[in-house]
Ligand binder design. Structure first.
Ligand code: COA
Length: 289
């Protein structure tokens, strides 16, 4: 019998469709098939702020997924590139990537790649521009970490300032994601000095881990103050994704008990990335930048 997806040539004709929340369960099953965690809260957010696409497996469920999250017309993130192990290396990954890249048009597109995905992304025009190290563990904060001023819980009235700070750092309009964080995140903090919001950060729960992100600040001391207040009484494991450019914050996180768990390559197509990237100390999540 012919394999369901025969080869690379026939994959060109395979239908990619826009998925809905009705497909969430199959997305989670596909993730499990590839030994990824079934991160339901994260997928739900991606369905809200991004476009989730997939390929149906004629035998039931999904054969592949990809998420495109657009920030205006000039910047977009790609994530959740998954092909069921039973259908690997037949061109479905490439088909999914070409589908979202066509939709992204002339935008600068970025993603963070594991070693498994990197070869595919290079083939469709992505270049590696950096490295992101995921740090995990339990933070043991020191008394001096709390010697900072101006950090307070964020409220509805801070949305506009947070959106503006993020737009400066990321170089693109991300109000949909940033506004949604005000209900999605478990904890939100802003730094206010001289009646001006100069930094903000969030922490959200992914299964049993508290993910710190985003952290937007003008300097490392402010970023550290935000992380401290975001995780000060976090229960369980903490995760912090840090670009290797942020060496000072990385050293501090290590001195407080976080360890490198794995790393991914930051890749871009039609780069460079816009914005004052040094101010983006941690992404909302690697799937969104
Ligand atoms: C990465 C993944 C999506 C690739 O999907 P796929 O359907 O097997 O890939 P394709 O068959 O479309 O391959 C596309 C091209 O990339 C190449 N490629 C695929 N996987 C590769 C790998 N691990 N290393 C090097 N090249 C690779 C193929 O040779 C192919 O090249 P060609 O089109 O010139 O022949 C799939 O292996 C997967 O889901 N892995 C687990 C989840 C994961 O790690 N996703 C990436 C997260 S960043």
């Amino acid at each position: 019998m012919e394999p369901i997806f025969a080869d690379h040539a026939s994959a060109v004709d395979v239908r990619v469709r826009r998925l809905t929340l009705d497909d969430l369960r199959d997305c989670l099953l596909l993730a499990i098939d590839r030994q990824w965690l079934p991160e339901e809260a994260k997928w739900r957010l991606l369905f809200e702020v991004g476009e989730v696409y997939g390929i149906d497996d004629p035998a039931g469920g999904l054969a592949g997924t990809v998420v495109l999250t657009r920030y205006g017309a000039t910047l977009a993130a790609v994530s959740m590139v998954l092909v069921a192990s039973r259908h690997g290396r037949r061109g479905l990954g490439r088909r999914l990537m070409e589908h979202v890249l066509a939709r992204a048009g002339q935008a600068t597109v970025f993603l963070t790649a594991t070693e498994y995905g990197r070869g595919l992304y290079e083939k469709v025009g992505f270049e590696t521009i950096g490295k992101v190290v995921t740090h995990t563990g339990r933070l043991s904060l020191q008394p001096e970490d709390f010697k900072h001023s101006g950090v307070r819980p964020a409220h509805e009235g801070d949305v506009a300032a947070a959106v503006a700070l993020d737009a400066h750092a990321s170089g693109a309009p991300r109000e949909k994601v940033i506004t949604r964080l005000f209900t999605f995140a478990e904890r939100l903090r802003v730094v206010e000095r001289d009646n001006e919001i100069v930094g903000f950060g969030a922490a959200w729960r992914n299964i049993d881990t508290v993910v710190v992100g985003p952290v937007v600040a003008g300097d490392t001391a402010t970023a550290r103050a935000l992380v401290t207040e975001l995780v000060s009484d976090a229960h369980g494991q903490v995760r912090l994704d840090l670009d290797t450019r942020h060496a000072e914050l990385t050293a501090w996180a290590a001195s407080r008990g976080l360890s490198p768990a794995f790393s991914t390559a930051l890749m871009v197509r039609n780069g460079p990335l816009p914005g004052a990237r040094d101010h983006l100390f941690a992404p909302v999540m690697v799937a969104l930048g």
